[in-house]
Design a protein around this ligand. Structure first.
Ligand SMILES: Cc1cc2nc3c(=O)[nH]c(=O)nc-3n(C[C@H](O)[C@H](O)[C@H](O)COP(=O)(O)OP(=O)(O)OC[C@H]3O[C@@H](n4cnc5c(N)ncnc54)[C@H](O)[C@@H]3O)c2cc1C
Length: 403
């Protein structure tokens, strides 16, 4: 008898993690990706301790850490005063995790490392240029139709994971509502080789509060390993994409973070819509949603992709328990019971609060937020509690107690 077969739609980081774990657990895996290769545009990079534990389980932690930068601290700054408000230290989590730090490795590197491992395994079929166009299912199986340069194909399997991103075809085909809202402003990401740490003394992951325009600044290693900084800003609501991406506007934005005479060397610019949305269901029959197909959020705090990887691990473990471990199929509903409330409580709520903290306009409330951050820094017990939550360790531990 052949082993259970899983289809994963999407070779983003969530799809690749799901496919790799499933293959390691004995599933036959078909990974279907619409594009010709993994998307290398700058997107998520911050990988929290809870997620590093999962990447270690996959056996790729050394490669993953080597491909990025390690950040023990993160900081909050007052951008108006250009002064540090608080510095938080992941070393306080040394008794909670083997990884008391954050790793800034670009998400395409995780996907490509995972794919390289997957390609060496038997029972794995990886198809690029294969867009999942639709699906049907019955009590026994699920069948997807793919479209691509080689025409239309049908693939039948025991289960399907839709890891096909925020615009998920699978979610739409299942007619699952994506509940929530879209922020009126867009976010602009500017990548520069200018060294902010040397210039202003900030660390590799720094959040700047400013009532007029907040900024997130973080360093990644880049494909060349030479290091570069990504600066994320909100656009003005009335600003067009062309205005925001214009050279003069780009330089002005960067100079509001740190003024300098010379032009900033800008190596990449990108603008995108930002949402807070959660699918009303994560499962329908033999089809499941994971990662951005199930939930999207603003990137302040670097939580969305981390939560997506947590989804992938939980889902594959659950499928394994049913397909190989003899657990009753009703266990499959536990995936949604575990992952959907975690996303709402730890990711939606925290990212909305993080945004509010950075953009607070009321001077009294703004000072109160700074005072709270200083008090958290000063008290190791409170600081550890804050870090347990911000690193999703609390969520990852709590979820195990949900039946
Ligand atoms: C422009 C942008 C910038 C971002 N910046 C940040 C950031 O700075 N920090 C942060 O924490 N998060 C950021 N995010 C969010 C983060 O990138 C996502 O949380 C993460 O990519 C989710 O991974 P995923 O694998 O679920 O989905 P994705 O990475 O979107 O991967 C989905 C994959 O599915 C494929 N696909 C789509 N439809 C189909 C189909 N029908 N058939 C087959 N394949 C399909 C896509 O081509 C893609 O490869 C950003 C997102 C965007 C869009």
């Amino acid at each position: 008898m052949s082993s259970p077969h899983l289809i994963v739609a999407g070779s983003g980081p969530v799809g690749v993690v799901a496919a790799l774990l499933a293959s390691q657990q004995g599933f036959r895996v078909t990974l279907l990706e619409e594009a010709a290769a993994v998307d290398t545009n700058p997107r998520a990079a911050t990988t929290h301790p809870s997620t590093l534990e999962m990447i270690a389980r996959l056996g790729i932690i050394d490669e993953f850490i080597a491909a990025g930068l390690t950040a023990r601290h993160f900081e909050f700054w007052d951008r108006v005063e250009r002064s540090r408000v608080a510095r938080l230290d992941h070393a306080l989590l040394a008794n909670d995790t083997p990884y008391p730090f954050v790793v800034q490795t670009e998400q395409h590197k995780l996907a490509n490392i995972g794919l390289a491992h997957l390609a060496r395994r038997s029972g794995v079929d990886i198809r690029f240029n294969a867009r999942v166009a639709g699906l049907t299912q019955d009590d026994e199986s699920v069948t997807v139709t793919t479209e691509g340069p080689s025409g239309q194909h049908a693939v039948r399997a025991d289960y399907l994971i839709g890891a096909d991103g925020g615009r998920s075809t699978i979610r739409k085909a299942l007619d699952i509502e994506f509940e929530g809202y879209t922020w009126p402003e867009r976010f602009i990401v500017l990548t520069t080789t200018f060294d902010f740490e040397a210039a202003m003394g900030c660390c590799h992951r720094t959040y700047f509060a400013d009532p007029d325009e907040w900024t997130n600044l973080f360093k990644v290693s880049g494909d060349d390993g030479l290091g570069r900084w990504r600066a994320v800003f909100p656009t003005r609501v009335d600003e067009t994409d062309a205005q925001a991406l214009d050279d003069v506007a780009v330089q002005a934005r960067l100079k509001r973070v740190w003024p300098r005479e010379a032009l900033y060397p800008v190596v990449h610019r990108n603008i995108y819509n930002v949402h807070q949305r959660v699918a009303v269901r994560f499962r329908q029959g033999r089809a499941f949603l994971a990662g951005d197909s199930a939930h999207v959020n603003n990137p302040i705090g670097g939580l969305g992709l981390n939560c997506g990887i947590h989804d992938a691990m939980e889902l594959v473990d659950t499928l394994h328990a049913v397909a190989f471990g003899g657990a009753d199929a009703t266990l499959l509903d536990r995936y949604e019971r575990r992952r959907r409330p975690q996303n709402i409580e730890y990711v939606q709520q925290q990212t909305i609060a993080n945004k509010k903290r950075l953009e607070e306009r009321d001077p009294v409330a703004r000072e109160a937020r700074f005072a709270e951050l200083r008090a958290i820094e000063a008290d190791p017990v409170r600081q550890r509690e804050f870090l347990m939550r911000s690193s999703l360790l609390e969520s990852a531990r709590k979820v195990q107690s949900i039946d």
